[in-house]
Design a protein around this ligand. Structure first.
Ligand code: PNS
Length: 161
């Protein structure tokens, strides 16, 4: 039978427990999930692509069904390259919906085979985002339980705490 492959694309700057929750849910539906970091030179990031790849690799080192990768350019081209037709995205709140809906339809317009599946994270993570996690950490706030231990360690290294 054909392997069901999904791509879960994102910036992952940094990976949060909300992302991990979505990846675990994706597993119930797909044989393989490719976690793909977008290389976007025009977007300023806290962690470099290499650092983000390291974080993902370390987090999923015991999970053979999870591939960690990065890509540039159009997502639909990357899907084709990986023999995948499904994009997984998390929907935390109504506010996510508009942009996600637009991206899903646009991706389908440029690649009719492309399907997007939205997964809803646990309510514990429905307010967690990489942007807020970074902001809170940099302002000295507590972000335990929102990020994996490897991200906690990398943040401490980066900010010498
Ligand atoms: O974690 P993010 O920043 O919300 O992820 C956004 C991402 C990477 C899914 C989106 O920006 C993307 O797919 N970029 C690749 C370029 C592309 O295909 N753009 C057209 C999208 S309709």
């Amino acid at each position: 039978m054909k392997e069901r492959i999904a791509v879960y694309p994102g910036s992952y700057d940094p990976l949060t427990n909300g992302h991990i929750d979505i990846i675990e849910r994706g597993f119930k539906l797909f044989d393989k999930v490719i976690v793909a970091i977008l290389k976007n030179p025009s977007k300023q990031s806290l962690f470099s692509i290499e650092e983000r790849m390291d974080i993902l690799r370390e987090t999923f080192k015991d999970r053979k069904e999870i591939e960690v990768d990065c890509f540039e350019g159009l997502l639909v081209n990357y899907l084709r390259k990986k023999n995948a037709t499904t994009v997984v995205r998390g929907l935390r709140a109504i506010s996510d919906f508009e942009i996600e809906f637009q991206m899903a339809l646009m991706n389908r317009r440029i690649e009719p085979e492309c399907e997007t599946i939205f997964l809803v994270p646990s309510v514990h993570y429905s307010f967690v985002s990489s942007r807020l996690v970074k902001e809170i950490y940099q302002l000295g706030g507590e972000i335990k339980n929102m990020i994996p231990t490897v991200v906690d360690r990398k943040l401490k290294e980066k900010f010498k705490r």
